[in-house]
Design a protein around this ligand. Sequence first.
Ligand code: HEC
Ligand code: HEC
Length: 311
Amino acid sequence: VREFLILIIIVVLTSITYYFIEPFAHSEMHKSFPSKHFKYADLPAMQYKGDPVKGKALVMGAGACTGCHSIEVAGIKPSMTPLASAQAYGVEAPDLSDAGAVYDAKFLAAYIADPAKAMLVADKYGPNHPFPMPKFYGAGGNIHQEIADMVAYLQSIAVPKEKLTPKLAFETACGRCHAVHYENWTQIGQTPKFKHRVDKLEFDSKVLQYQTLLKKHLGSLPPDLSMYIRSRGEHFISTFVEDPQNYLKGTAMPRTGVNAHAAHQVVAYLENAGDPKKAERESLGKYVMIYFIIFVLAAYLWKREVWKELH
Ligand code: HEC
Ligand code: HEC
């Protein structure tokens, strides 16, 4: 009975440390905000139902989107390399093939109307340093209807939800700004396998040039995200992406406007990059616990057996 008491005391003390003291220390050391579930409550709800056919005409025509963006699935090839795009705009204008699957519809609409404002970085730009993507001022009709049409078009060409892989979500939403060297991802794309050293040098030099332009445009180089999932954890990444200004007032990291599913996929990509053995380790932990329980029980029974004779 005394042994049981000791065991219970140990369990209680350990639990207090684990469930109360550790999370408290953690929350004191790292700021943490609750998730808003990617609702973007500050953005106006969509009032119009979009027509993808009209949207296509706008995206390709009066909206001028394809002047800067490629749309590979619609046969619009990039007119510039990522580096040339960064030379023109400071950052690559991303391919729009899967924008409709990655970004929240409300966000996309707000973004087309006023990109810097939707990204919560408007105060970083002005007449002397305009945001690289212009606002859409309308094509002569009802501007809200026209924007809804373009959003509907982007949604109609994007991959279905179940085909939005972690890699695709990350590359679409984050890849033009962040490298992940554990996955051989650079801001200008996946690092190819090189046959010749000179090809590698040429590629590395393009990456460096892109990064220099990006740093000049944003004010700081976005960090390599290989280890962030380990150092900060998934809650931080997810809520930081949802609202970067909440954590870092005045940061150049934009609110990217990803929807909840895409955010989940982005976190999965980073998890896989930074901690590929996590699932394995967690399932191992379960077996270790079972082993300990059996061991404690066996030890207890054995002790009873030994002491029985002496009583
Ligand atoms: C003058 C060039 C230019 C034009 C025209 C343009 N864009 Fe962009 N767009 C950009 C650049 C550059 C970025 C990257 C901005 C950044 O990362 O800060 C961008 C980013 C985007 C994004 C990513 C948003 C996010 O949250 O990451 C979407 C979606 C987009 N543009 C859609 C459009 C649509 C739709 C149109 C047409 C109505 C359009 N763009 C017209 C240059 C342009
Ligand atoms: C237009 C470029 C741009 C895009 C797109 C972008 N980021 Fe960032 N990100 C930045 C910059 C710049 C910083 C550095 C912020 C600072 O130090 O103020 C940053 C910082 C971060 C950080 C580090 C925060 C910290 O506490 O140090 C994380 C994590 C991050 N980004 C995740 C993401 C994810 C995930 C995505 C895609 C959903 C993404 N970013 C898209 C520019 C970008």
